[in-house]
Design a protein around this ligand. Structure first.
Ligand code: FVH
Length: 277
C-alpha cells in the first residue's frame, strides 16, 4: 500500500484485518506506525513496497504525486491499482505510463469515506486490465464491494465523477429549497424529513425510466413537457425573488430549459435537456 493518509490507512487496515500480508509506505513515515503495530511490514522506499507484492494499491493525494512516487520504481510483474481520485484523462495517461514500464494497470474510484471502508455501502469502481481485476478481486473485496466497469482505464474515474455530479445536484437542490423554506420561517427539519426526502425518493425512482429514454433518443412525453416546465421554472424563480431568496443555483437550469424550448422542442420531456449538455 502506497499512501497512508486517511483513506490509505483505512484501506490498509481492512486488508490486514482480512488476513493479507500488507507492506506499507508513506512519504511521512510516522503514519505507518499504527499499521505496523497491527501487523503490516514497513517499507523504507516506494521501490521496496512495490517489490514486496504482485498487487500494489496506491492512494495518494493526486496523480502528480503518484507519478512522482513511482517514477524510479521497476513495475514489471506488478499490478498497480491506483485508487487516487483524478480525471479520466489522467487515468488513461497513467495506464500508458505503467504499461511502458511493464506493469498492469487498474484505476479505481472510491465511493466511500474512510469510516465506511470494509463496511456496508462501501463501493470501489475499477477499470483497466480485466485479468488483473479478476486475479485480485478477493483482496479488493476486503476493502469495499468491488465493481469492474470496463477496460478503458478512464471509466472508473468518469463514473466516480458522474456519481459526484448527481450528488452535488441533489445537495444544491436541497440548499435552494432550504433557503426558500427558511424565508417563510417554516421548520426546516420537519420540511426535510416529512416532505422533501419522501418526494426526492419518489423522483429518484423515475430516473431509470429517464435513462432508458436518453438511451433510446426518444424524448417524447405524455406528462409534463418542456413548455410546462419552462413556465414552472419562471414561476419558481419569480417566487424566489418575491421571498427575497437568491435563485442562483436554479438559474442555469432555467437557461438550458429556455434554450431547448426556443429551438421549438417544447413538446419533449425533461430528458431532452441532455441533448443541450
Ligand atoms: N478521504 C475521503 O473521504 C475521500 C473519499 C474518496 C476518495 N478520496 C481520495 O483518496 C485519495 C487520498 O485521500 P486521503 O483522504 O487519504 O487524503 P490525505 O489524508 O490528505 O492523504 C494524502 C496522502 O497523499 C500523500 N502525498 C501527498 N503528496 C504527496 C507527494 N507529492 N508524494 C508522495 N505522497 C504524497 C500524503 O503523504 P504525507 O503527507 O502523509 O507524507 C498522504 O499519504 C485522494 O485522491 C482523495 O481525493 C478520499
Amino acid at each position: 500500500m502506497l499512501g497512508l493518509g486517511l483513506m490509505g490507512s483505512a484501506l490498509a487496515e481492512s486488508l490486514i484485518r482480512a488476513g493479507h500480508h500488507v507492506t506499507v509506505w508513506n512519504r511521512t513515515p510516522a503514519k505507518a506506525d499504527p499499521l505496523v503495530a497491527a501487523g503490516a511490514t514497513r517499507a523504507a522506499t516506494p521501490a521496496q513496497a512495490v517489490e514486496a507484492s504482485p498487487l500494489v494499491i496506491v492512494c495518494l493525494l493526486d496523480y502528480p504525486s503518484v507519478l512522482e512516487t513511482l517514477k524510479d520504481v521497476p513495475l514489471e510483474g506488478h499490478v498497480i491499482a491506483n485508487l487516487t481520485t483524478g480525471r479520466p484523462a489522467e487515468a488513461r495517461e497513467t495506464a500508458a505510463w505503467v504499461a511502458e514500464r511493464g506493469g498492469e494497470y487498474l484505476d479505481g474510484g472510491i465511493m466511500a469515506v474512510p469510516q465506511m471502508i470494509a463496511g456496508p455501502g462501501a463501493l470501489i469502481l475499477y477499470s483497466g486490465s480485466r485479468p488483473a481485476f479478476e486475479r485480485h478481486e478477493q483482496a479488493f473485496g476486503a476493502m469495499a464491494a468491488p465493481r469492474y466497469t470496463g477496460d478503458d482505464p478512464g471509466l472508473a474515474p468518469l463514473l466516480d465523477l458522474a456519481m459526484l455530479t448527481g450528488m452535488y445536484g441533489q445537495i444544491m437542490g436541497f440548499l435552494e429549497a432550504a433557503a426558500l423554506v427558511r424565508s417563510a420561517k417554516y421548520p426546516l427539519t420537519e420540511f426535510t424529513t416529512e416532505l422533501l426526502v419522501p418526494w426526492l425518493n419518489a423522483m429518484a425512482a423515475q430516473q431509470p425510466r429517464w435513462a432508458e429514454k436518453i438511451e433510446s433518443g426518444d424524448h417524447r412525453t405524455e406528462v409534463s413537457n418542456l413548455e410546462v416546465n419552462r413556465a414552472g421554472m419562471e414561476n419558481l424563480v419569480r417566487a424566489f425573488h418575491e421571498q427575497g431568496v437568491n435563485p442562483d443555483l436554479l438559474l442555469p437550469i432555467k437557461t438550458v430549459l429556455d434554450r431547448r424550448v426556443a429551438r421549438g422542442l417544447g413538446h419533449e420531456g425533461l430528458s431532452g435537456l441532455v441533448e443541450e449538455l
